[in-house]
Ligand binder design. Structure first.
Ligand SMILES: [Zn+2]
Length: 87
């Protein structure tokens, strides 16, 4: 029996290496890989979609959750295209 693949896009927050904003990224898993796209500038990276990367995404979310206490602006990152710059 085949394991059901995740195909739903996953929105997650991270600092974009291309535009340097904190933005929402959309990861679109396809088999063992995922295309991760910055919803602000369109920068695209291909990720190996494994447990390691999923854990990394969760860790980043946890880190940003903590950062919200210092930078409440991070809470505003909700819809694709949202972006903020932190000092
Ligand atoms: Zn970007």
């Amino acid at each position: 029996m085949r394991v059901k693949r995740e195909t739903k896009p996953i929105l997650h927050r991270q600092k974009c290496a291309a535009c340097n904003y904190y933005t929402l990224y959309q990861a679109l898993p396809a088999g063992d890989q995922a295309t991760d796209t910055c919803t602000h500038c369109g920068h695209q990276v291909t990720l190996a979609w494994d447990d390691g990367i999923k854990a990394a995404i969760k860790n980043t979310e946890r880190m940003l959750k903590d950062l919200e206490e210092i930078y409440p602006e991070l809470k505003a990152l909700k819809a694709p295209g949202d972006h903020i710059r932190l000092e």
